[in-house]
Design a protein. Structure first.
Length: 501
């Protein structure tokens, strides 16, 4: 009888994991289809270059600012509850994104979607920490969780490509609705509730301070990278630093803080968080612009662009499923540092990118990038979760996801600004419309209204400049990733995944 009960309990855990995978797919699909839809969105909403960057990173800015707060809230009110509430809101706000009729509304809609998204990822990882007590099972569950994110990255562009060829760009957001519906209906029945038994109050002052701090600092970095020195971003950066300083001081004084800063005393925890942040920083800005490169520079159809990015997801899925086993066979630092070095070398190969770069180089680079990310992110997530008691799993998961989302925002801001800055310097033929240097999508639209010879000259100059910007961003990303690989080798020395219950 006991064996049958254990079997049922084990089956229930894996079924619950399947539900959590749906939440990961929800977020991953949303992140990837935006890049694919950008050329269509640009044509319809006509955003400026700066507005286009905000559309790309408003979601991540808000998400990064609220992840710690929402992870801590889940520890307090229940991770299942906040996951289901967040999934419902995510679906509803996807409709707002789909029907946005101006660049300004789209930015607001993306920001609100970030609020809902902030409830999902910490809750999924925290529930995994509480569902799987055996370290080897947990490593496999985290690998499946990471593989689901990669699968979402693969499914998003392909499904999005089909939708974009048959419907308007807003349809790519509506694919969230059936996934959300299944998640809420099935999750309400299968997921177990878990929370911190002694959570303490949810401190709203800390929530506001963390939000102001994160958004202020990231906004300042973004504006400096895009436009150079100006007093408004200086003021925003100073305000952000002061808010984060106030947040840290308040956490030290509160008897039960929103974020337990003692977590960072663990070298493994801190090193894994730092590795995640720098890895995604070096990666995200380039990936964001690669979808535009495939469509607007190499003139691939949306579904072709989606399929072209498939090797990254395949590499990540395979590596994520193997990562825990490989890390136990060798070492945590070997797997993480090796994965980061592989990504760095793949990005370095893309510094040769041009208008006519063949797919074998792009496909091979994407495959290596995916495999490296799968190994690195899966093992660092395992290290982060294993370093804390299960009662603090939500807060620890939130720190991990904050590093990921902050790295995404900074990557799009910094590397994206490099691409944009290089692109704006291109020289088109006489009579080039003012919208052309704002974005590559604007140049493509402007060319449609020019005589054939002038249009061809404009498009050639614009595409060459955009590809040159992507190559420089790839070089910067490669330097960041290779430096992070070296740091991870030393900082994760002696760190091992647990093999005991």
């Amino acid at each position: 009888m006991k064996q049958q009960a254990d079997t049922r309990t084990q089956s229930a855990r894996w079924f619950a994991l399947a539900v959590l995978v749906l939440a990961v797919l929800l977020v991953a699909v949303d992140a990837t289809v935006l890049g694919l839809a950008t050329p269509f969105l640009t044509e319809d909403l006509k955003p400026s270059g700066t507005q286009l960057l905000w559309i790309g990173d408003a979601y991540s800015f808000v998400l990064a600012g609220l992840l710690v707060s929402m992870g801590s809230l889940g520890d307090r009110i229940g991770r299942k509850r906040i996951l289901l509430i967040g999934a419902t809101a995510f679906g509803a706000l996807s409709v707002l994104n789909a029907y946005a009729n101006s660049a300004e509304l789209m930015i607001v809609a993306r920001a609100l979607l970030g609020v809902a998204g902030a409830t999902l990822m910490p809750a999924t990882l925290a529930l995994i920490r509480n569902l799987f007590h055996d370290p080897r099972e947990r490593s496999l569950a985290i690998g499946i969780w990471g593989a689901a994110a990669s699968a979402g990255m693969a499914i998003g562009p392909i499904v999005g490509g089909v939708l974009l060829e048959n419907f308007w760009w807003g349809s790519v957001f509506l694919i969230n609705l059936p996934v959300m519906a299944v998640l809420v209906i099935v999750g309400a029945r299968l997921l177990p509730e878990s929370r911190n038994p002694q959570p303490g109050p949810w401190d709203l002052v800390s929530v506001v301070l963390s939000m102001i701090g994160m958004v202020g600092i990231v906004y300042a970095i973004k504006e400096f990278a895009a436009h150079g020195f100006a007093w408004v971003p200086v003021a925003a950066g100073v305000l952000g630093l002061l808010a984060l300083y106030g947040f840290v001081r308040r956490q030290r004084r509160l008897p039960i803080p929103l974020l337990d800063l003692s977590l960072f005393r663990s070298r493994g925890f801190s090193s894994a968080v730092l590795a995640d942040l720098l890895t995604i920083l070096g990666l995200s800005g380039l990936i964001f612009f690669l979808s535009q490169y495939l469509q607007l520079v190499q003139e691939r159809r949306p579904i072709e662009a989606g399929l072209a990015e498939l090797p990254a997801a395949i590499g990540s899925i395979v590596a994520g499923l193997l990562a825990g086993q490989v890390a136990r066979r060798f070492s945590v630092r070997a797997v993480v540092a090796g994965g980061l070095a592989a990504i760095g070398l793949a990005l370095a190969s893309l510094t040769t990118i041009s208008q006519t770069t063949g797919y074998p180089l792009l496909g091979a680079a994407l495959l290596v990038v995916g495999a490296g990310a799968g190994f690195s992110f899966t093992v660092t997530a395992d290290v982060i979760l294993s370093a804390v008691p299960k009662e603090q799993a939500g807060a620890a998961s939130a720190v991990s996801e904050t590093a990921y989302e902050l790295g995404t925002a900074l990557g799009i801001a910094l590397l994206g600004s490099i691409v944009t800055g290089v692109y704006r310097d291109f020289h088109g033929p006489a009579g080039t419309p003012a919208a052309a240097p704002e974005s590559l999508g604007g140049a493509v639209e402007a060319a449609a209204h020019l005589p054939p010879a002038a249009a061809a000259e404009l498009l050639d100059a614009a595409r060459d400049a955009f590809a040159h910007g992507v190559s420089i961003a790839a070089g910067v990303g490669a330097v960041v990733l290779l430096a992070t690989a070296v740091a991870a080798w030393f900082l994760l020395r002696g760190q091992r995944l647990s093999t005991e219950h």
